[in-house]
Design a protein around this ligand. Structure first.
Ligand code: CP
Length: 315
């Protein structure tokens, strides 16, 4: 089992999950990320803090935002970057284990490997043979997407000056969402309350909701009323078992966020979505592109947050 935090020093060695990550590490990352932004606060400043270091994006599943964001973040720190699409590799076609593939990347000289995987990376990493390399989970199955959770909570922290005491509503496909799990944990660690709603077939059971620190709501109105932050999720059609019949029409009529429904939230509520959006299904374009939306701000903030993370792990 790989230790995320070095027990001797308390320093972050890898980022695999936000479960158990102390609030002090969030604050450290927030400060570093802020320091990487220009004076206007909306673009990163390039530097060479990681010159000579090698970051490999090893993606066993497709990605747009996460892989590009890590690549741009690494290049903005002066690091070298290799993008490895594992899905089309001999490793995959010749049935190499995930641990062996990651061991190969490490022994080829990677200092940091960012991985995305459809399964459970904590299990897969148990057998990796390398002490030197650092790992970041870029999203595994329905388990965790910790860098997304960090950029989500930092986006709100930057907008509102903090998250303590906020009411956060997460809407949609909670069951399959690694974003819901990591983002909810990020908000609760920093003192916000999280509630969630979605079709019953897309909700975790009560024990899982309690473990995740989320209150299940009776209906959308219950979830939205007075919420400071509204987070729409992507419906994970690719993870919904064929046995589950998801009626998109029913989802739209009961759970899609539109301007009328957003009125139920607090007057200055912010709207987030991790992307990619199914416009017209989870969210209307009117609100996705409206004044409360911070959806593209999340994307922009992701670069500085990922720079902060790489700097903390490798600096
Ligand atoms: N938010 C997110 O993980 O998007 P990608 O699948 O494009 O990386």
């Amino acid at each position: 089992m790989i230790e995320q935090i070095d027990p001797a020093t308390g320093r972050l060695r890898h980022l695999l999950t936000l479960e158990g990550l102390p609030a002090e590490i969030y604050q450290e990352l927030f400060a570093r990320a802020e320091g990487f932004l220009d004076e206007a606060g909306d673009r990163v400043k390039r530097n060479d803090r990681l010159a000579g270091r090698l970051m490999v994006n090893a993606f066993f599943e497709p990605s747009t935002r996460t892989s590009l964001s890590f690549e741009i973040a690494a290049r903005s720190l002066g690091a070298d970057v290799v993008n490895f699409d594992v899905r089309n590799s001999s490793a995959r076609k010749k049935d190499e284990t995930v641990a062996d593939t990651l061991g190969v990347i490490s022994h080829l000289g990677a200092d940091l490997i960012v991985m995305r995987h459809p399964g459970n990376l904590l299990d897969e990493l148990g057998d990796v043979h390398s002490e030197r390399v650092r790992f970041i989970n870029g999203g595994d199955g329905s388990h965790a997407h910790p860098s997304q959770g960090l950029l989500d909570v930092w986006t709100v922290h930057r907008e509102l000056g903090g998250v303590e005491g906020l009411q956060v509503a997460i809407i949609g496909d909670i069951l399959h969402s690694r974003v819901a799990r990591s983002t909810a944990r990020a908000f609760t660690t920093l003192g916000a309350s999280v509630r969630a709603v979605g079709p019953p077939e897309l909700m975790p059971d009560q024990a899982e909701m309690e473990r995740l620190g989320m209150r299940g709501c009776a209906d959308l109105e219950d979830a939205l009323r007075g919420a400071d932050i509204v987070i729409c999720l992507r419906i994970q059609f690719e993870r919904i078992a064929s046995a589950v019949e998801l009626d998109s029409g029913k989802f739209i009529s009961s759970y899609r966020i539109d301007s009328q429904r957003l009125e139920l939230a607090a007057a200055d509520a912010l709207l987030l979505h991790p992307g990619p959006m199914h416009r017209g299904i989870e969210i209307t374009s009117e609100v996705a592109d409206g004044p409360r939306s911070r959806i593209f701000t999340q994307v922009a903030n992701g670069v500085a947050m990922r720079m902060a993370l790489m700097d903390l792990l490798l600096g």
